[in-house]
Design a protein around this ligand. Sequence first.
Ligand code: PMP
Ligand code: GLN
Length: 385
Amino acid sequence: MNPVFADLPVSVFEVMSQLARENAAINLGQGFPDDAGPEDVRRKAAEAVVDGWNQYPSMLGIPELRQAISAHYRHWQGFELDPEREIMVTSGATEALAGALLAVIEPGDEVVLFQPLYDAYLPLVKRAGGIPRFVRLEPPHWRFDEEMLAAAFTRKTKVVLFNNPLNPSGTVYGRAELELLARMCERFNAIAVCDEVWEHVMFDGRRHVPLIALPGMRERCVKIGSAGKIFSLTGWKVGFVCAAPPILRVLAKAHQFITFTTPPNLQAAVAYGLSKSDDYFEDMRRGLQRSRDRFAQGLKRLGFPVLDAQGTYFLNVDLGPLGRNEDDETFCKRLVVEHKVAAIPVSAFYAADPIRSVVRFCFAKRDQTLDAALDRLAGALRHTA
Ligand code: PMP
Ligand code: GLN
């Protein structure tokens, strides 16, 4: 058995969802909305199953979807992609990440990763033969600077894997940090694999800046998106990869032996969805922002130190300033068993030297779910661990 997988624990999302089921808890752990998703998009998918094409689609994705992705990014992010040569559809961002990492890493290459890191990254990097080099981000701001990057990049750096907005912290990195990262990529001749699945889920008027659109980055960036997050349909697993033709050609070779294609009906529905008017996307952001504010206010009333949440479905609390001697994992286990609310301990997002005081809650839920969770959380801090 390959130790990269044989020695892995079960994903923290699966563990916490299972504990939530066993304890009849409200699940604010794994990130998924409790809303059914836009009805018109779901109907398009149903129509496409009944009346449409159900055989293998084109390996790169159906042309309507590749054109819709190109038009969508032109409109929302202001840059041009050639739908024939620079866009590929994958089965979720997870497949896109696996394919990109397998395609660009050669055994022995160094890969710069930011901690906290999404759980899929490290096993995929290791399985591709990459050697991880970590940049450690910390609460409350989770920011990085030149010195932190300089300590991680070396002559052997081939890839930097960058998640913006960042899951779990909900941090949105803006132009200054992106320019810094772009300079490092140019200086060390590295490729940036950009996990931008949360690109539409950001609040307070923020706008996403894609690294690929910065000067000099077009030839050294892989941009990854996910319809699951854009349409609150996390089970759909329709992802997209954008890269300059010399990179995309190699990524397509990896894709052809991982999944080869993605269900054509869901692709057709996503193509329809990406062309929806601005109102849909603005309403989605406004609705989630309202939920964030409702939940943050409730948590603050209960005495939780709430961290800033600029994007994603997640709100974090930092128990550190409360001076308790209960770490995030113990707190989350106690929370799900005694208070019937599941959350995610953020230490699970660190491969080394974890932050052990931060707990992540998913607020992409109906008001009544959030309010019920807040009722159950009353008293959770009273425990004198
Ligand atoms: N990357 C990040 C940062 C994520 O948060 C997620 C899912 N929440 C994914 C990748 C996976 O996306 P998909 O479901 O499209 O595979
Ligand atoms: N990305 C989701 C989260 O952060 C979980 C996805 C999964 O369960 N693998 O909660």
